[in-house]
Design a protein around this ligand. Structure first.
Ligand SMILES: C[S@@+](CC[C@H](N)C(=O)[O-])C[C@H]1O[C@@H](n2cnc3c(N)ncnc32)[C@H](O)[C@@H]1O
Length: 265
């Protein structure tokens, strides 16, 4: 295990690193219209969603949100997205699926300021906050969405307890993320003991690998233009570029990527 990996395995250190990394990234990407920070999703044959021209550059990342969020009908619902990143998913889902309200929450204050300025959509608001202490009352939401972010949290079981607390009875948790093999047991144990029922789950490794490939050219250009040279390898991992450690680990099944729909009983 490298020093960085050893540091990452300590939950408060992991949280501190992500707390620094994402605002740094938002600042570095300023002016580039990077609205999504996920590995993306594509099927074979392609999903083929009907998109507006402005959304087309983000097709594969939108498709991951579409896959996760359309597990239930969100029309007219009160929805919270925990870890909305740069808000592209929040904006697209609000425009497309017409929830009554949609709140995007993220730990990154620079990202939230970007979202508030960039995504002006009726019914959509953004708030800075922590997944471990969600600023919503008990039993207040119809759905919580969480896309490719829970690997950053220091206490995943605590996050699931927060999701269960804020959901109304009968509400849904729509979720997708990855784990390396050494984190799988802890992930599965937390999910099995969560105060939520599993409605469905799916291994989406193949779709995420295709998604990574769709975005490779754009991500490589961004890394070269926007990151200092000593961060290029890390940036390629972060973007899941073919040949990167993360892409190869997913291909070799040393990394798992799944989606879920949970229901609060
Ligand atoms: C890989 S990005 C995914 C962003 C977005 N869901 C997307 O798909 O574009 C992970 C996000 O998790 C956020 N994050 C990390 N730790 C968090 C925490 N404790 N509470 C809330 N958000 C957090 C980061 O700031 C970042 O925006």
């Amino acid at each position: 295990m490298s020093l960085l990996e050893r540091l990452f395995s300590i939950p408060p250190v992991r949280k501190a690193i992500w707390r620094l990394w994402y605002p740094f990234l938002t600042r570095r990407l300023r002016g580039e219209e990077v609205l999504f920070l996920n590995y993306a999703f594509e099927t074979d044959p392609p999903v083929g969603l009907q998109l507006d021209l402005e959304d087309e550059p983000n097709r594969a990342c939108i498709q991951l949100y579409h896959h996760v969020a359309t597990q239930i009908d969100l029309r007219g619902k009160d929805v919270l997205e925990v870890s909305c990143g740069h808000g592209g998913g929040a904006s697209w889902l609000t425009r497309r699926l017409r929830p009554a309200s949609y709140t995007g929450l993220d730990l990154n204050p620079t990202g939230i300021a970007f979202c508030q300025q960039r995504h002006r959509v009726p019914g959509l608001t953004f708030v800075q906050g922590d997944a471990q202490q969600v600023p919503f009352p008990d039993n207040s939401l119809d759905a919580v969405i969480n896309v490719e972010a829970s690997h950053c949290y220091p206490n995943f079981s605590g996050f699931l307890a927060e999701v269960a607390r804020v959901l109304k009875s009968g509400g849904h948790f729509l979720y997708a993320d990855f784990r390396f093999r050494d984190g799988l047991d802890e992930w599965e144990t937390a999910i099995a003991s969560a105060p939520l029922q599993i409605v469905q789950t799916r291994d989406i490794r193949d779709e995420v690998l295709r998604g990574m490939e769709c975005n490779a050219t754009r991500s490589e250009a961004l890394i070269c233009q926007r990151l200092p040279k000593f961060l290029h390898a890390l940036g390629r991992d972060f973007a899941g570029l073919p040949g990167s450690r993360v892409y190869e680990a997913l291909k070799a099944r040393e990394l798992s990527y799944h989606s879920w729909c949970f229901r609060k009983g």
